[in-house]
Design a protein around this ligand. Sequence first.
Ligand code: ADP
Ligand code: MG
Length: 493
Amino acid sequence: MSVVGASPAVGLFCVPRSPPSNIPRFRMAVRSSAVSVAPILTKLKHECATPLPLLRHVADAMAADMRAGLAVDGGSDLKMILSYVDSLPTGNEKGLFYALDLGGTNFRVLRVQLGGKEERVIDTEFEQVSIPQELMFGTSEDLFDFIASGLDKFAQKEGEKFYLPPGRKREIGFTFSFPVRQTSIDSGILIKWTKGFAVSGTAGRDVVACLNEAMERQRLDMRVSALVNDTVGTLAGARYWDDDVMVAVILGTGTNACYVERTDTIAKLQGHDSSSGRTIINTEWGAFSNGLPLTVFDSDMDDASINPGEQIFEKTISGMYLGEIVRRVLLKIAEAGAFGDSIPEKLSTPFVLRTPDISAMQQDNSDDLKAVGSILYDITGVESNLSARKIVVEVCDTVVKRGGRLAGAGIVGILQKMEEDSQGLIFGKRTVVAMDGGLYEHYPQYRRYLQDAVTELLGLEISKNVIIEHSKDGSGIGAALLAAANSKYEHDF
Ligand code: ADP
Ligand code: MG
């Protein structure tokens, strides 16, 4: 149904006659002769459209960029970082292992007792600790001391269900989701802090050494055996249960993907031997930018961002940005006069509308779109009638459809690259893509658009072989499994 065609698009967003006191004063007056929103919506939908040829182009460009990034460092937008993970969990892993996940405002600690093929995960426990704001702006030592002391407290609560053979140190898989130049399986140099962290003294240092030193200061006798990116942890965690997992994708606040690569196709690989002939590549695909359908709302948001010109794929498909793109469109509609003669100030506040909000609006199936109306009012101060609400939902859908479909095209690009090098080993048999992240988990429309794009691109037959599967919180166990696989003790499993 075309909402625009069905309703006069004038004065759709009503300002209450006597606004309640909690509605902010209006920021600006606009033309009183309201302009139809129809042309704005039509243009938006046209520019965000992702027809099959466009998706195909994006998938091809992703595959080409992957090759260029594997050929030489700096060869493409995609960094194609070596993970130094050459062997994936087999299911035979046994013993007690820990994992530590630092990637946002929380860190998580986890322990798992692995029982091998038959028993698998005998027991697991985890805790989440929020990081005090001041530590995000403090010194490296303070931050790592805090983490080591959290780990220490957690380790002291280890119960009888967990068992470590005498004479062994507890080993940790360390998931660290900031840009790192990995130098071995258990070392990596922090390139820069992101996501609001501004800790002094870590950039340019080995983050594993930072943690080891803090653990020594705490007299905590543990050892980091594997440093892993969260996508790599997700791949390892999912592979533990399913041998056909070849790719892992995170769609949360940001986005990234990794996959299993043949070492003989990695031209830039020098002096790194892999007995398995395989290694996991962290694509850092958020930096992809080739052939994306972008609008003025995207370029304005990019200009205003802390990293203009960077992470364009991430800015088009990930959770941090979808709500903000929608807000910018709604503001434009308001400025065209559709809100009557003024604009609520809240609507002009960057990032006030978050992706969970637009997701919640899209779940409203009621006839009068009451939830849409109240979310819109609570968050942006806009009062709406039914026609206006329909338009808002349509804007959300347009932006989310583009995001989900482009994410799907990116996944097909990765699979395509793998298939080209292995002839039938990807599309000719069951292949699983492990997905994680709050956006993928909580936004059903996004998930459906992503799957639709994959099916359209691959065709019905081949897409039956490609299973896109949610692997919730697999990255914690995945990191512990990688610690097991890279244990410094004899592998007795
Ligand atoms: P992170 O990516 O920060 O490690 P998550 O994987 O939990 O953490 O993802 C959190 C992100 O997921 C949020 O920033 C938001 O963009 C998105 N998200 C969370 N809840 C929802 C929701 N209900 N609907 C849509 N997106 C959501
Ligand atoms: Mg995460």
